[in-house]
Design a protein around this ligand. Structure first.
Ligand code: AMP
Length: 410
């Protein structure tokens, strides 16, 4: 049998793993400051959860889901995103009964059957957060401030947001805008790409974020949704923009930003950093006040975002591991392993050569181990109940009584 990894997946180790760990640590630290609790949901759910919530007409549900059948023929899906799962958890566990508002974050793998390329995988990782229960724009601002702080923590320069509102379901809001947009698009119909010619009548908003050149040009002068939303949505959007300006959150309006998923309402955004190429968002999110209702639950205002860990890992600087701990070398296996145990139990990283090769080879390994000190238990040292300690940072060498070694390396 030829062992091969599945297309579009990868093993994470070494430098990639260190980058992921750094990003995850920074996210946990920053999100904790804002009161977010970690949540882990199953990696697979009933297919209908995504079909109803994310929308059958979206790419990630319509074309890209990994589907499984259980032994009784029921359809399950590997999660293509996690908002639907977190909302499901809020409903099935009655999270909102314990508090008027809840904040959750998650870190984990998602699965989409996409064509793999640089920065695009079939199993990829997201860090995301969801904020439930607050309808005022303060919540939208909080999410944006948290993202800005996270980007600062990982040293990604000049974060900016692209912002739009896609209104709500009230007849005078998004539905009225859609009619206006359809009329505009119909006047250009024969010059749009084939996919958009179909989408005019199934999902006209998606024509706005089509990546085909002719569609980009033809929609440049399309009516702007943020100029046509209902009064309440307009007040929300204006309030958010004023607060963003007060907090010096850089953003630009993008009337073509609609996000791919059906569940969004009002605020939608994507986040960019100077370190990213022009088209490459590090993540995005928005408000989805209507999603709970889709699942037959009372309305709970909600919003959130997801960031792509694989892409962020490509952007941050290389991790240079700091020298840490001790490497213990010697011939007397018993003496070496007991000092290794003693130092580990006292809280030090402690390494040794499990094969007890020649002293020369052990020295070589110690030099490569990126430790701060090498502890040498040679014959002389054992006789004198001492340890020779070589400081790897400045080359200094000392002889220390074995009983004092923990104090010495502290
Ligand atoms: P989305 O919910 O589709 O906007 O995804 C949020 C973020 O997840 C994107 O901005 C990407 O950084 C990341 N992402 C989405 N799909 C993939 C993929 N197939 N491979 C790697 N990262 C992805």
């Amino acid at each position: 049998m030829k062992l091969k990894i599945v297309k579009g997946t990868r093993d994470l180790y070494g430098d990639d793993m260190s980058r992921f760990q750094r990003l995850e640590d920074a996210a946990r630290d920053v999100f904790n400051l804002y009161g977010y609790e970690e949540i882990r949901t199953p990696m697979f759910e009933k297919t209908e959860l995504f079909a109803h919530g994310v929308g059958e007409d979206t790419d990630i549900v319509g074309k890209e889901m990994f589907l499984l059948e259980d032994r009784r023929g029921r359809s399950l899906a590997l999660r293509p995103e996690m908002t639907a799962s977190v909302v499901r958890s809020v409903i099935t566990n009655n999270h909102m009964q314990q508090s008027t508002h809840r904040r959750f974050y998650y870190i984990g793998p998602m699965f989409r059957y996409e064509q793999p390329q640089k920065g695009r995988f079939r199993q990829f990782y997201q860090i995301g957060a969801e904020y439930f229960g607050v309808s005022s724009p303060d919540a939208d601002l909080e999410i944006l401030l948290m993202l800005r702080q996270f980007f600062q923590a990982i040293d990604l320069k000049t974060v900016s947001f692209q912002l739009n509102t896609i209104g709500c379901q009230l007849p005078e809001c998004r539905p009225a805008f859609k009619n206006r947009l359809v009329a505009y698009l119909e006047s250009k119909q024969d010059r749009l790409c084939e996919n958009c010619q179909r989408r005019i009548h199934t999902n006209p908003l998606r024509v706005l974020d089509c990546k085909e050149e002719q569609c980009i040009a033809l929609t440049a002068d399309a009516p702007k949704i943020y100029e046509h939303v209902c009064e309440e949505c307009d007040t929300h959007f204006t309030g958010l923009r004023q607060m963003m300006e007060a907090h010096e959150v850089e953003y630009s309006l993008n009337h073509k930003l609609v996000r791919g998923l059906d569940y969004y309402s009002r605020t939608v955004f994507e986040v960019y950093s100077e370190n990213l190429g022009a088209q490459n968002a590090a993540g995005g999110g928005g408000r989805y006040d209507g999603l709970f209702e889709v699942y037959g639950s009372p309305i709970i205002p909600a919003l959130g975002f997801a960031l792509g860990l694989d892409r962020l890992a490509m952007l941050i600087s290389e991790t240079k591991p700091q020298p840490e701990g001790v490497f213990i070398i010697g011939h007397d296996r018993q003496a070496v392993t007991s000092l290794v145990a003693k130092t580990r139990e006292a809280g030090y990283k402690s390494l040794y050569d499990p094969f007890q090769s020649s002293m020369k080879s052990q020295f070589r390994q110690a030099n490569k181990a990126n430790v701060t000190k090498v502890l040498i238990l040679g014959e002389e040292e054992l006789k004198a109940n001492s340890v020779s300690v070589k400081n790897m940072l400045n080359g200094q060498q000392d002889s220390v009584n074995l009983d004092d070694i923990l104090n010495y390396i502290a």
